[in-house]
Design a protein around this ligand. Structure first.
Ligand code: BG6
Length: 524
């Protein structure tokens, strides 16, 4: 069994199945709070937020004093909402234990206030209910508003919160924060407009723009890996790195989300947020300290340094794809056009690949290849750093095979870990070379499951830690880089969709993008 011993400095020693890990820990300290969830019976709330809150509650990571007000149009009492919460736990919680009394105590924290979030008249009632529950739970007037609604409702909610004074703590001493889900805008203009609307009502330090990728353990580990070890940083630059590949491949299609996806597509859905966040963490300079503003500053510098694409360059640096019929996991899979709710001649991309350059001293001339798509062979999210080839091919005259360069893979999912591919001599009298890997695997090393990203992000928000959230300028800059591509792709469609089969590794245009440079995508 695992045993954890701690000392006052926060150092812990975990003795786990023969592996001893010496750790230095800092735990977030969440504060008492009333959480208002707009979109209380929506998919995100049921699938992610409620299970995340329950797990935090079970692990005693939530503060002692907290409550939730669910906000939605459906007429129901607290009990009705508690039934939805219970059903969501049954369907989506992965908690390993279930104690009915504990579950009951959890459900008691949930309240409900029906009404139209776009109607000014709803908010005085909300203010009253908050005041009453603040007193009952002694939460000190701390409020967190979670926008888990369709994005078209964000502006109305933000405006009404401001008009009712709910953007400030009623007692002047507590805090008020707001979590805004992606998508944050649909292009640069709409993202800037939303930034302005938010900025008129909330101070930037009250705003938490969520990107669930940043809550993933392995994504957070990128910074620890880079900046808590000395051996990688000296080679993390254009002198040693040949190129970097960032992949977020998915097996699933668009599921039942045609309404959203038909207006989004892969670039808006995955690149503007998740892939660009991975890119920034992999490429950024060390921040002055591990504090939100410093980390955000460095991420902003990366996105600001992306070499902007002219309209002509888009055709050489970006490719798009859409899946047609095929097979996934041995089962037939329909093409995008046959998905429910999709236009039969839709031009929306379900796959995109980009080549980007970062114009700074560290990365000048080093291509970063990014790709993401639905309905591919495997679910794989990873950053692969390919190092340069050896300068002199010493073994080549006696070896038939080519010496492949070292690759360091930061694997986000499904196998969470870090792996370094090396060349080694195969044992025996013959001179043969093999590719071997030095692997660090999360589960094997720590023997604890990684918490869900939403657990981490909710906890950080309750503790007032903004490191893992996106800042106003970062969001605008990432849209601004994508605009030439989005504009170009709006023009009369130049590509023949569908151009890859469901269950394949993506369109041949994506292969051509990287193979033109004498490189290949890593196999999925
Ligand atoms: C979401 C996208 O933000 O991320 C989805 O809207 C995508 O289309 C999902 O499937 C991927 O997240 P994860 O955590 O499953 O890799």
């Amino acid at each position: 069994m695992d045993q954890r011993q701690g000392d006052e400095a926060g150092r812990t020693t975990l003795v786990s199945g023969g592996v001893t890990l010496h750790g230095v820990c800092k735990e977030p300290s969440p504060e008492p709070c009333g959480l208002v969830i707009f979109g209380a019976s929506g998919d995100l709330t049921r699938r992610k937020l409620i299970p995340a809150l329950f797990h935090l509650f079970q692990e005693k990571l939530l503060p002692d004093r907290w409550y939730v007000i669910g906000s939605g149009r459906t007429e129901m009492e607290d009990e009705g909402f508690q039934k939805i919460v219970a059903a969501s736990l049954d369907a989506f919680s992965t908690a390993s234990r279930s104690d009915p009394a504990e579950r009951d105590r959890f459900l008691q924290r949930f309240h409900y206030l029906p009404g139209d979030s776009q109607d000014d008249r709803y908010y005085p009632r909300l203010r009253e209910r908050l005041a009453q529950l603040d007193r009952a739970h002694a939460t000190g007037g701390n409020h967190l508003f979670y926008l888990a609604t369709p994005p078209t409702l964000y502006s109305g909610i933000i405006r009404c919160l401001g008009a009712t004074g709910l953007n400030r703590s009623p007692e002047g001493s507590g805090w008020t924060r707001i979590i805004i889900e992606k998508p944050f805008g649909t292009d640069l203009a709409s993202a800037q407009a939303l930034n302005r609307e938010v900025g008129q009502v909330f101070q930037e330090e009250q705003v938490y723009r969520i990107d669930h990728f940043l809550g993933k353990e392995t994504v957070q580990n990128i910074l620890f890996f880079r900046f808590a070890n000395t051996i990688f940083e000296p080679i993390w630059n254009r002198r040693y790195v040949d190129h970097v590949q960032i992949t977020a491949a998915e097996k699933i299609g668009i599921e039942r989300r045609a309404g959203y996806y038909e207006r989004a597509g892969a670039l808006r859905d995955m690149f503007q947020n998740h892939l660009f966040q991975l890119l920034c963490l992999a490429a950024m300079e060390p921040p002055a300290s591990f504090e939100a503003e410093q980390v955000q500053d460095e991420k902003v510098k990366v996105i600001r340094s992306l070499h902007p694409l002219s309209s002509e360059e888009v055709d050489r640096f970006a490719v798009r794809g859409q899946y047609g019929p095929g097979g996934v996991d041995g089962e037939p899979a329909v093409g995008y056009w046959s998905e429910p709710g999709v236009a039969p001649d839709s031009r929306v991309e379900t796959f995109a690949a980009l080549k980007v350059y970062i114009d700074n001293w560290r990365w000048q001339g080093i291509p970063f290849y990014l790709r993401s798509g639905k309905r591919l062979t495997e679910k794989v999210t990873e950053i692969a750093v390919a190092f340069k080839r050896v300068p002199h091919l010493l073994f080549n005259p006696i070896l038939s095979e080519e010496i492949r360069s070292n690759t360091l893979v930061l694997s986000v999912q499904p196998s969470e870990g870090i792996s370094l591919a090396l060349q080694a001599k195969h044992p025996g009298p013959k001179l043969c070379m093999d590719r071997v890997a030095m692997d660090f695997n999360y589960r094997g090393a720590f023997r604890v499951p990684s918490p869900d990203a939403y657990e981490r992000l909710l906890l950080d928000c309750l503790a007032g830690d903004r490191i893992l959230f996106s800042r106003r300028d970062w969001v605008a800059l990432s849209w601004s880089f994508l605009m030439p591509i989005l504009d170009r792709w709006r023009e009369p469609p130049a590509v023949s969709f569908p151009n890859y089969a469901a269950g394949s590794e993506g369109p041949k245009e994506a292969d051509a993008l990287i193979e033109r440079d004498g490189r290949r995508w890593r196999a999925l």
